[in-house]
Design a protein around this ligand. Structure first.
Ligand code: F6P
Length: 542
């Protein structure tokens, strides 16, 4: 499955159907540099995954224009064709004021929904003012999408937790739009979610989609349960769908991936060779001949970076003979720095690195090299290529694409992956050394195991993991999503037809007092008869 095959599926849907991707984070941002303006790619798994898709289907990507020179490069409709050297899609930027960014991005998205969904013992914080801003900004995105779509039929593919209300605004304005949303982070259990003060509005927003995707079945189950116990809607556990206002939303797992082939090609390029040479210079002669352990993360309290450092410290404490035989290269990208928890995790990381280097380092050898910068794509690939071991120690992660990128980059078939069992990736990459990052002893043990792992075993494990990522690459992810949409919704309906409420739906409204009872009985006994009654009430087919 490659880019062309995916493009063919989408172009076969219906002539004149536009494809729009919407996310908060943009795939490219423009900054002023000494000799003009340069385009950069952000550190974002979402962008890594979605860019090959938009390049394959060639639609429009709508996102927040947040960088210093973003306004200087767009046309009057705030559009720019990208990538600059070989344009294949259009980016349309949405502008936000600093106050809007504060309430919508830092506030509800990253101080409330992010910790709420990850459950890593960082308390979510809620503010009604932020919530109002979140609603306004979602509305702004909706206006932009509607303007971009015009009168055409369109598939709108919405990304993530920043835009949970967008589908409802779009559905109200244009019932005929085909709406898909992918939630890139975990969906928590209902106990955790129910403390969100506007939980019904978030759920109602998401249930305006035709299709709602999560990385794994477990998150789908959590979502079904959250809706079932939290609001008036009909949850069908057999078909993994939810009826609200007479419309179904299909809830499905789609484990996200990477462009396996392209990463392999890029990892072998001259520019990656150059970056590798510059890392080797940076690490200095002390690192020569040592086994290189690599971490590459946004600085985020969900990524388990302090735990990883503590594990490395313990490895050296318990095995002093490993001194001058191992080096940790930690690449960190600053992230969400306006939020206190992100600043304090950064301070904690810096202090741990200093402590480890003071405790174990010698004049000629520094155990940990922590490089804090927005490392570009090729630099990260270079780090993967020079790694003996890559460590992904997230306390909780929807998928984690560092793990998959590392595997795709290792065309030489060597290298060890140490992977947190609390990532979506751990479900697929069972040949990794799976660890519980909260257990520092276990982390140190796994680092030691990686050190001693024989080449034959390393290659066997890597071969199996490469086969997995190659088979379920990003185009398969895209294909499965669009095929599911095709299976579930009709592309024949005109706008006016779609506006008409079917008789069955009106029946549901009339009978709504009885719905809860039917819902309960169907769930409890699940007999063919009850399913039939159920379907009569909701207008669905059994
Ligand atoms: O994958 C989850 C996610 O929040 C994406 O939506 C986002 O682009 C990425 O992590 C990086 O975070 P941010 O965009 O806030 O820098």
């Amino acid at each position: 499955m490659d880019a062309l095959a995916l493009a063919n599926i989408i172009s076969g849907i219906k002539k004149a159907t536009k494809v729009i991707i919407v996310s908060n984070r943009q795939p490219w941002f423009h900054e002023r540099v000494a000799d003009g303006i340069r385009a950069f790619r952000p550190a974002s798994g979402l962008v890594t995954a979605l860019e090959p898709i938009i390049e394959a289907v060639g639609g429009t990507w709508i996102a927040h224009g947040s960088a210093s020179a973003d306004r200087l490069v767009v046309d009057r409709k705030n559009r720019i064709r990208l990538p600059e050297e070989n344009p294949r899609f259009t980016l349309r930027r949405v502008w936000l004021t600093p106050k809007e960014e504060e309430g919508y991005y830092y506030g509800i998205s990253n101080k409330a929904l992010w910790p709420l969904c990850h459950i890593v013992y960082t308390k979510p914080r809620f503010s009604r003012k932020d919530w109002d801003t979140y609603k306004d900004v979602n509305k702004r995105f909706s206006d932009t999408v509607l303007d971009e779509v015009g009168d055409s039929p369109a598939i709108v593919f919405i990304q993530d937790f920043h835009l949970a209300l967008l589908p409802r605004y779009l559905r109200n304005a244009r019932p005929d739009l085909k709406l898909i949303q992918f939630w890139h982070i975990p969906w928590p259990n209902r106990e955790a979610f129910r403390i969100f003060p506007w939980s019904e509005e978030i759920l109602d927003g998401l249930l305006a989609n035709d299709l709602l995707g999560f990385h794994i079945q477990y998150h789908c189950n959590n979502f079904l349960d959250t809706v079932d116990k939290g609001m008036e809607a009909m949850v069908d556990y057999e078909n993994f769908s939810i009826y609200r206002g007479g419309r179904p939303t299909y809830i499905r797992p789609f484990p996200i991936s990477v462009d396996f082939k392209q990463i392999g090609i890029d990892a072998g390029s001259a520019i990656v060779q150059e970056k590798k040479a510059s890392f080797i210079r940076e690490l200095g002669p002390g690192a020569e001949g040592t086994k290189i352990y690599v971490g590459a993360d946004r600085i985020d309290y969900t990524k388990g970076i302090p735990e990883r450092l503590k594990g490395f410290d313990l490895l050296l404490l318990r095995n002093p003979d490993l001194k001058k035989k191992v080096t940790l290269l930690q690449l960190t990208a600053p992230s969400r720095t306006q939020i206190e928890e992100y600043r304090s995790i950064n301070d904690e990381i810096e202090k741990l690195v200093e402590d480890i280097n003071r405790r174990h380092g010698t004049d000629s050898w520094k155990p940990v090299h922590s490089l804090r910068a927005n490392h570009d794509y090729h630099a990260v690939l270079a780090a993967y290529r020079m790694a003996d071991v890559v460590m992904v120690t997230s306390l909780h992660d929807g998928m984690n694409l560092v793990a998959k990128e590392f595997i795709a980059a290792r065309t030489d078939g060597d290298g060890v992956l140490l992977l947190s069992q609390y990532t979506g990736a751990a479900r697929e990459l069972t040949e990794a050394l799976l660890i519980n990052p909260y257990d520092i002893d276990q982390l140190a043990d796994a680092m030691l195991q990686a050190f001693h792992m024989p080449e034959k075993e390393r290659r066997q494990r890597m071969t199996r993991m490469r086969a997995q990522v190659e088979k379920y690459n990003i185009y398969v992810w895209g294909r499965k999503i669009f095929e599911e949409l095709l299976k579930r919704v009709s592309f024949g309906k005109s706008r006016s037809e779609a506006r008409r409420t079917p008789e069955a739906v009106r029946a549901v409204y009339r009978l709504s007092p009885h719905l809860a009872a039917v819902k309960y009985l169907t769930y409890r006994y699940s007999s063919a008869f009850l399913k039939k009654v159920n379907s009569r009430l909701t207008g669905t087919t059994v």
